[in-house]
Structure formats: structure tokens, C-alpha cells
Design a protein around this ligand. Structure first.
Ligand code: C2O
Ligand code: CU
Ligand code: CU
Length: 476
């Protein structure tokens, strides 16, 4: 079967042709004329544009405009959205450890927002938290030197009380970090060909428009959409080469936990957690991601030419993506056994323990009995101290816990080190904590003291975060 695969390239998305090897995949998330598969009338998977920086001096400048837009989820009507540069979601920013970057945001919305680099190891004043508000018509830059291991991170708004709303309308994009070590590994790394970012989300629509109206019960338990979307498309098709494919999975939903696998139950390898590659690949047939968490997986389609398989969400029984393995491999890769080595802090060397108890009722949420107050510093964390943080979920409903500034490593689940799964023994910044459960992790702040401007820790179920389940810490 041959089909016309050349999409119409939206001039406004400024895609630089040189950046991507294959024209067939040059589909901006949000080009107005997304290609359709004529045979099945299914959309091809949109791949977020890989944004090329302007290099000024030794600084890579990434220029982004946050704006209102309209996006084609449905043939019959467009949906009002918020977007960055395109019509839904945002371009991918790819950086290398050591790069000097300036990520420049112009806010063309009619309301204030912020833009946070989730997983980025940056000074507090560059973190894009509720303390770095971007007023309408104003600009703000996150200017820093990239100083961390290869990882799949992301950026999204973090405005007090409005994060859920702004993300729901479409504001989220990838920041892919590479380093010398990751670039030398024989991993799939051809963006849009065998290295595929997938933002997984769910939405409710009424008359083709987003319906974001959580009831009290939905605020408590999570606002789950009936329509599952990936990269801003409803059940699209990805035409894969018959080889290893790397998917960078991001749970970009407000409050839905995804249990992901393939429709034929095949196994795959997880190669990275939130903030770094795992030391070795971990073979799985399901990976669970709570909101904000990432997993990079490699799945081998070498023997599958001509077959189709779905990326499937087993908890809610939904298909995210149909994968048609219909192209010959144009390169080969072979998954290495050893990916990296991780620094493991020794709990015996920790001087400080902190406990964070998550609680809430009637649509308001607390950590250690307190709801978020932007004028209150909750914790003062000394630089270079090894600390154990224990997070207890005192409720029946699920939560998770995310920290800014750096990564952590989980050492116990429910008081038991054997409760930590092989695929969560890596650098994490967000950890899923089911109702009644607890998690212990080890963490050390290694840079960027600031006695005034805090970092955040919070539940990443956005309805909970916006209603108080967030606190602030300074590194001194
Ligand atoms: Cu993804 Cu504090 O956020
Ligand atoms: Cu974050
Ligand atoms: Cu929560």
C-alpha cells in the first residue's frame, strides 16, 4: 500500500528541514493541516516540532510564544486551546549537558502564567514557579547552564491555582537532555523516526470544546477524560520502521494514572526513569505512570514488518496509539546492557529526616496539615546534606509527590526496600503513592543556594496541587 505521506508544512511552525531526516514525519504538533491516512481516515501521529535555537554568543536561545489557538482534534470543528508556537502543546527543546541556554517565553495570553522546566536542575529563580510570573504581553527567560544527566523532562505552567486549567488547555512540551555518555550509546536517537516523544493525556469534550468542570468528587479522585489523546491527536497511527523504537512516555494528564503496555502483551525494556537512564534496561510488559512521571522505553519491532500493535492503557482500557510496522529499517540499533552508572547515596550518612503527610477533605488539600502559602517557606534544606524524606499518603485516594531542584532515589515503599520495583531504582523527581501507602527517598541538594526564592514540592495531580497540596523549600 502506498500513500501520500508528505504533510502540508505549516509555515508558522518554522520547522527547519535540516533538523529532521525524514520528510514523512515532519508533522508539527498542531500544524493546521495534519495529514490523514486516506484508507482508514486515521490521523498520523503528530511529532512536536524540534525547535532549533538561535545561537547568540555561546548561548542557545529558544524562542517560544504562549498564546490562544485553535486545534483540530475533530474533523467537524476546531477546539479552543492554549499553545506554544503551534496550535496545541509545544515544540520539543533538545539540549546537551553543558549547554548555555536561554528559553525565552513571550506571554501572548490574556492572563498571567508561568513556565516551569520539570526535571531541570536549575537555580530557583530560573525554575518558572509561582514566583516567576509572566504577565500578559511580557516575556521571561529561563537562562542557565544545563548541568545534569540525559533525561526526558518537560515544561508546563505553574501559576498559583491555575496550573490544572493551563495544562488542560494545552500548555506542555518536552525538554530532552542528552549528554556525552547517552550520545555514545547505541540507542534509537533519530527524532521522529525511532526516537518518539509521546505526551499522553485525556480530555473531555462537549461540542468539540474542552470540558473542564470537575465536581468535588472528581477533584478528590481525579478528573479523568473519556477521550485519550497522544501528542494532541485522538488514537492516531504511527508508521514505524521494523526495528527498535524508543518511546519517551510522559504522563501529561491532570490526574489520571496510566498503566501502559502493548495490545499483544509483548515485553519491552524501560531504559530511563524521570531524570536519567537506568543503569541497565529493565524488561517489563506494563509500566505505570502517574501525572508528571516519564519513562523511556525501547520496544523491538524488528520481526514485525506488516504487523500492527497498539500502545494500550490497561487501567482505563483505552488505546492511545496504533503502531503500523510498515517501513523497512533504515538504520539498526542494538540495546546495550549497560546504560549508565548512578550515584547512590548511603542512608547511613544521612543526618536529617523529614516527613511529609498528605491529607485533605472537601476539595482542599494539605501537606503536614498546611495548605500552600506562597509567602511561607516550609523547609530549609542545607546544601550537600544527605537527607531522607518520607512521604505518607494518609488518604484513601491516590497522590504522588514531586520535588523541584534535583532528583531523588526511592529507598523504601511501605517500609520495605523490597517494595521498590527494579524500574524505579533510578533518578526520579515524581513518585506515585497510592491511597494509604508511604514512600521513603534519599536526596541531596548539590547546587544553587538562595535564601529567599524557594523551590516547590507538591502532589502532581493538578487539581490537588492547585487546591493546596504544595509546599516550598529553600536551599541554603
Ligand atoms: Cu511538573 Cu512543580 O511541577
Ligand atoms: Cu517540577
Ligand atoms: Cu494528590
Amino acid at each position: 500500500m502506498s500513500r501520500a505521506l508528505l504533510p502540508h508544512i505549516d509555515r508558522r511552525s518554522f520547522i527547519k528541514l535540516s533538523a529532521v531526516a525524514s520528510l514523512t514525519l515532519l508533522v508539527g504538533c498542531g500544524s493546521d493541516d495534519s495529514p490523514t491516512d486516506n484508507t482508514t481516515n486515521q490521523k498520523l501521529l503528530p511529532i512536536p516540532e524540534l525547535l532549533q535555537p538561535d545561537i547568540i554568543g555561546n548561548v542557545k536561545h529558544y524562542n517560544l510564544t504562549i498564546k490562544e489557538s485553535k486545534h483540530q482534534f475533530f474533523d467537524e470543528a476546531k477546539t479552543d486551546t492554549y499553545a506554544i508556537n503551534g496550535t496545541y502543546l509545544a515544540p520539543t527543546i533538545k539540549v546537551i549537558d553543558g549547554d548555555e541556554v536561554s528559553i525565552n517565553f513571550k506571554n501572548s495570553l490574556n492572563e498571567a502564567t508561568t513556565m516551569h522546566g520539570h526535571g531541570m536542575h536549575v537555580p530557583a529563580k530560573m525554575d518558572g514557579t509561582p514566583h516567576q510570573v509572566i504577565e500578559p504581553d511580557k516575556s521571561w527567560s529561563a537562562r542557565y547552564r544545563v548541568k545534569q544527566k540525559a533525561a526526558t523532562n518537560w515544561y508546563h505552567p505553574h501559576f498559583m491555582g491555575k496550573t490544572a486549567d493551563h495544562v488542560y488547555k494545552g500548555l506542555a512540551g518536552f525538554i530532552v537532555v542528552e549528554d556525552e555518555e547517552s550520545r555514545a550509546l547505541d540507542l534509537p536517537d533519530r527524532y521522529g523516526i525511532d526516537d518518539i516523544p509521546l505526551v499522553l493525556q485525556d480530555r473531555r469534550f462537549v461540542n468539540s470544546q474542552f470540558d473542564y468542570t470537575p465536581t468535588m468528587q472528581e477533584v478528590m479522585r481525579g478528573y479523568i477524560g473519556d477521550t485519550f489523546i497522544v501528542n494532541g491527536a485522538i488514537k492516531p497511527t504511527f508508521e514505524a520502521e521494523a526495528k527498535e523504537i524508543r518511546f519517551r512516555l510522559l504522563n501529561g494528564s491532570n490526574s489520571t494514572v496510566y498503566e501502559l503496555g502493548f495490545s499483544d502483551n509483548r515485553s519491552f525494556n524501560q531504559i530511563a526513569t524521570d531524570n536519567a537512564l537506568l543503569e541497565s534496561p529493565v524488561a517489563l510488559n506494563r509500566v505505570t505512570l502517574s501525572p508528571g512521571e516519564r519513562a523511556e522505553i525501547v520496544v523491538d519491532f524488528s520481526g514485525d514488518l506488516g504487523k500492527s500493535v497498539d500502545l494500550y492503557e490497561y487501567k482505563n482500557s483505552k488505546t492511545f496509539l496504533q503502531i503500523d510496522i510498515k517501513k523497512q529499517a533504515t538504520a539498526t540499533t542494538s540495546l546495550p546492557n549497560k546504560l549508565t552508572s548512578l550515584v547512590k547515596l548511603n542512608p547511613l550518612n544521612s543526618a536529617t529526616s523529614r516527613t511529609f503527610t498528605l491529607s485533605g477533605r472537601m476539595g482542599s488539600f494539605q501537606i503536614n496539615g498546611k495548605s500552600m502559602d506562597i509567602d511561607r517557606i516550609d523547609e530549609v534544606v542545607p546544601l550537600n546534606a544527605i537527607e531522607i524524606w518520607e512521604v505518607k499518603n494518609s488518604m484513601m485516594v491516590d497522590h504522588n509527590f514531586h520535588i523541584h531542584a534535583t532528583h531523588f532515589m526511592i529507598i523504601e515503599r511501605n517500609g520495605n526496600s523490597a517494595g521498590v520495583a527494579a524500574n524505579e531504582r533510578g533518578y526520579k523527581d515524581t513518585v506515585y503513592i497510592k491511597g494509604g501507602e508511604s514512600v521513603k527517598f534519599i536526596v541531596k541538594m548539590v547546587d544553587y543556594t538562595d535564601t529567599k526564592i524557594p523551590y516547590m514540592y507538591h502532589c502532581h495531580f493538578l487539581e490537588h496541587e492547585d487546591r493546596g497540596m504544595m509546599g516550598q523549600f529553600v536551599v541554603t
